[in-house]
Write a protein that binds this ligand. Structure first.
Ligand SMILES: [Zn+2]
Length: 275
């Protein structure tokens, strides 16, 4: 007899009481969303994810993020150059980055940082451009969106030297342990939790989430990457952040609605969004 594999769809845990969520980090401008962009937004809205911050990784994607923010009320943009893309940065690029930041819907500077896993750009150049962009963001009084892969100590060294940051910042796609949580919080930064938190083996991240006060926590998809369980390996999109929110609620021992309420309030304050 042939075994029948039955596909059971795990329903999206949509919060009650009309609770809204904000996806603080998604790459909406990427080609992965081209075919069904409007449907992605509609599904997000239906799930309560009413606002999405589209994050730039180079000049081109920063421009595109601003374009999307101009066309859609619930979309905001960031401007910045990811560590993968810093090798070719010119003075003219810096001038344009600065001028893009004056757009009314640009709510943060990033994503910027250090990536010691892929090392697409030499470490010395990554550090130089991270420090320079941190200084630029500080000048512009914009919160920072920081990308940190296996570079905790160098990230903190650069940030601690450039601080304090009255406009704050967020450590996106957090991957540190509980001790690193405390170090990031000392800087006054928020910590953004990705779908990775739903992975069974992400025990260090589970421990970190327990350590982070709800007042310092925001949520993200990092879409189209890193879809949460039960969609792991598929394209990620903002509505799937509900699975991430539910896991955070479970780890913190609070309701999904409470996670939605707190993380939305935190994101509104950090990025200076409307109520
Ligand atoms: Zn990202």
């Amino acid at each position: 007899m042939e075994k029948k594999t039955q596909k059971i769809e795990i329903p999206l845990p949509v919060p009650g009481h009309g609770a809204e969520l904000i996806d603080t980090h998604c790459h909406l401008d990427m080609s992965a969303y081209e075919v069904d962009f409007e449907a992605v937004l509609a599904r997000a809205l239906a799930a309560g994810v009413t606002r999405i911050i589209s994050v730039g990784i180079d000049l081109e994607s920063s421009r595109r993020a601003i374009g999307l923010a101009e066309q859609h009320q619930g979309i905001y943009a960031t401007v910045g150059v990811h560590p993968h893309n810093v090798a070719e940065l010119s003075e003219a690029d810096y001038a344009e980055l600065q001028s893009l930041c004056r757009h009314a819907k640009v709510v943060a500077y990033g994503e910027i940082g250090l990536d010691y896993v892929k090392n697409y750009a030499p470490i010395a150049l990554q550090k130089e451009h991270f420090a320079r962009q941190v200084a630029l963001a500080k000048d512009l009084q914009l919160p920072l969106v920081v990308h940190d892969r296996e570079a905790h100590d160098d990230i903190m060294e650069i940030l601690e030297a450039a601080g304090p940051f009255p406009a704050g910042g967020v450590m996106h796609c957090f991957s540190g342990d509980a001790a690193f949580v405390r170090r990031v919080l000392t800087l006054g930064f928020h910590i953004s939790i990705p779908g990775v938190v739903t992975f069974a083996k992400a025990e260090m991240l589970h421990e970190a989430v327990r350590e982070i006060p709800l007042a310092s926590l925001v949520l993200e998809t990092d879409g189209p990457f890193l879809a949460p369980v039960p969609k792991r390996g598929k394209r990620n999109e903002p509505q799937l952040m509900l699975f991430t929110a539910q896991k955070v609620a479970e780890l913190k021992g609070v309701s999904l609605e409470e996670v939605a309420r707190q993380t939305t309030m935190n994101a509104v304050r950090l990025f200076g969004l409307e109520g």
